[in-house]
Design a protein around this ligand. Structure first.
Ligand SMILES: *Cc1c(COP(=O)(O)O)cnc(C)c1O
Length: 235
């Protein structure tokens, strides 16, 4: 996609999400688009912002901080941290993001809570679940999820909003739906367990599997390639 025209790809992504919601029989505002801008320049984020996009997802802390500094004049803008999070980066994330989707252990949650500047209000949290049971290193297991959710729910500077997953790649709508259904069921179970928590978020669906995720109730789809084009090497 060397000749990507961002206005066209963003419009196509919006149409794709709207069509998926419609096909699922869900309301048009049932899911939001998170524009995943990792490895892409600040200028592309600025352009997307001027096209009305407000929520952006980043994976690498230093890269994100550099872009945020360059884009400090854009208001409102909502930054989501969606990448693997190491202990030594929690302070930067707690101070510079509105959301973190990749919390998968209590130690990280506690550090984010302790390091969240009070003036910013609570940090919105999704717990990342290892839903495909692959050899994937990130994500809490379904078995350990309830205890982690209860621990996070008890931390005052964190607001537990829901669950996130990156399933193993699968071909075809029906196969893609299976892990997303599992994540939806896990969220439903958590709602019963933690009646006070504002558990309104299922962060699931990427460029390859948005439709399957929306069919299973995604409320926040994370689109990178579909909006910004292919990423070069790096990953
Ligand atoms: C890169 C990334 C995305 C976007 O993936 P695409 O396939 O480019 O849409 C979504 N979520 C996470 C966690 C990512 O790391």
């Amino acid at each position: 996609m060397t000749d990507l025209v961002l206005s066209e790809s963003l419009a196509a992504a919006r149409t794709r999400l709207a069509d998926a919601l419609n096909a699922a029989g869900r309301p048009a505002d049932g899911a939001r688009l998170l524009a995943v801008s990792k490895t892409k320049p600040a200028a592309m984020i600025r352009e997307a912002w001027h096209l009305g996009q407000r929520e952006f997802g980043e994976n690498y802390v230093q890269e994100a901080l550099d872009k945020q500094a360059e884009l400090a004049d854009l208001d409102p803008i909502v930054w989501h941290f969606i990448g693997p999070l190491q202990s030594n980066k929690t302070r930067d994330v707690a101070g510079h993001f509105a959301w973190v989707h990749s919390v998968d252990r209590e130690k990280i949650a506690r550090r984010l809570n302790d390091q969240r500047p009070a003036a910013l209000g609570p940090l919105d949290i999704c717990l990342q679940v290892n839903i495909s049971d692959e050899a994937s290193k990130s994500g809490v297991s379904l078995e350990a999820l309830p205890a982690l959710a209860e621990a996070v729910q008890a931390l005052p500077q964190l607001r537990l909003r829901g669950l996130m997953a990156i399933p193993a790649p699968a071909e075809g709508l029906e196969d893609q739906r299976v892990p997303f259904a599992r994540l939806r069921e896990a969220l439903e179970a958590l709602r019963e367990r933690l009646p006070g928590a504002p558990l309104d978020t299922l962060s699931m669906g990427m460029t390859a599997d948005l439709e399957a995720a929306v069919l299973e109730g995604a409320t926040l789809v994370r689109l990178g390639t579909a909006i910004f084009g292919e990423r070069s090497v790096r990953e």
